[in-house]
Ligand binder design. Structure first.
Ligand code: DGL
Length: 260
C-alpha cells in the first residue's frame, strides 16, 4: 500500500481532462496536479523548449514526493517522455497515447482525422501508431487552432469558443472521415461543440482520458503502489504561473469533480 499522491502534469488546464478520469476511476488516490500556465501554450514550441519545461515540472512533482507521474499532455509526451523516463527511472512515468489505435481498429471508411497541436502532429507519433495498427488507414492531421487559448481562458461555452471549433471542424464534414481523435488534452473541454457539429455525419469522437486512467490503475497494481482502499484522498494544485492561475485550476477541478 502506498498513499502518496500521483502527479499529473500539463501545460495548463488540459490535463484536468485526464485528472477527471483518474478521480472517477481511482477515487481513493490522492492527486497532485501541476499546470505549468507560465509557458502555455506548448503547441507551437520546439522539442528542446518543451523538454526543458517537462523536466522542471517532473522535478517539482518528484520533490513533492509523488509515487508516479502522468504526463497529461500529448505535446509534452511526444517531445519528452523518453527523456523523462531515462532521467527518473525509479518511478513510473505514464505518457499520453493518442486514441489512434481504437480509431484505426474501428473505422469503416479507413479515413480518420487526428486533431492535435502543431508540435504533436509534426512528431509523427500519430502516423507511427496508425501504421502499426492499420497500414491502409488514411490519417488527416488537423491543428485545433485557438482551442488551447479558449480553454485556458475558460471560454468553452462562449460564442468565440463555438466559432473557433466550427472553423476547424466544418472542413472535415462530408470528407469520408468517420473517426475524430482528440489528440490534445485541452480539446475534450470543447467536445460538446465538436459533437454538435459532427452530428448526422457518422463521425465518432474519441479521446484517451479513460484509457490512461485504466493504464494508471494497471501500473499501480503491477508496482504494488496503490493507495489503501480506505485512503481519504487529497487534491492539490501547483503552477509555474501565479496564485490566481493556481486558484482557477483548483476551482475548475473542483467544479468538474462535483459533476462526476
Ligand atoms: N494539453 C496539451 C496537449 O495535450 C498541450 C496544449 C498546449 O499547451 O499547446 O497537447
Amino acid at each position: 500500500m502506498d498513499n502518496r499522491a500521483i502527479g499529473v502534469y500539463d501545460s495548463g488546464f488540459g490535463g484536468l481532462s485526464v485528472w477527471q478520469e483518474l478521480c472517477r476511476r481511482l477515487p481513493n488516490e490522492s492527486l497532485l496536479y501541476l499546470g505549468d500556465g507560465k509557458n502555455c501554450p506548448y503547441g507551437g514550441r520546439s522539442k528542446q523548449e518543451i523538454t526543458a519545461f517537462a523536466f522542471d515540472a517532473v522535478e517539482r512533482l518528484v520533490r513533492e514526493g509523488v509515487k508516479m507521474v502522468v504526463v497529461g499532455c500529448n505535446t509534452a509526451t511526444t517531445a519528452a517522455v523518453s527523456a523523462l523516463r531515462e532521467r527518473w527511472s525509479d518511478i513510473p512515468i505514464v505518457g499520453l497515447e493518442p486514441a489512434v489505435k481504437p480509431a484505426c481498429l474501428t473505422t469503416r471508411s479507413r479515413r480518420i482525422a487526428v486533431l492535435a497541436t502543431e508540435h504533436s502532429l509534426r512528431s509523427d507519433m500519430f502516423l507511427d501508431t496508425a501504421r502499426r495498427y492499420a497500414s491502409d488507414v488514411e490519417v488527416v492531421k488537423v491543428v485545433g487552432e485557438g482551442f488551447v487559448e479558449i480553454v485556458e481562458r475558460g471560454l468553452e461555452d462562449s460564442p468565440e469558443g463555438r466559432e473557433a471549433v466550427r472553423k476547424v471542424i466544418e472542413p472535415l464534414l462530408g470528407t469520408g472521415v468517420d473517426r475524430l481523435v482528440l489528440g490534445c488534452t485541452h480539446y475534450p473541454f470543447l467536445r460538446h461543440h465538436i459533437e454538435a457539429l459532427v452530428e448526422g455525419y457518422g463521425i465518432e469522437v474519441v479521446d484517451s482520458g479513460e484509457a490512461v486512467a485504466r493504464r494508471v490503475e494497471w501500473l499501480l497494481e503491477r508496482y504494488d503502489i496503490a493507495a489503501a482502499k480506505d485512503n481519504k484522498p487529497t487534491y492539490r494544485f501547483l503552477t509555474f504561473a501565479d496564485e490566481e492561475y493556481r486558484q482557477r485550476l483548483e476551482e475548475r477541478a473542483m467544479a468538474i469533480k462535483s459533476r462526476l
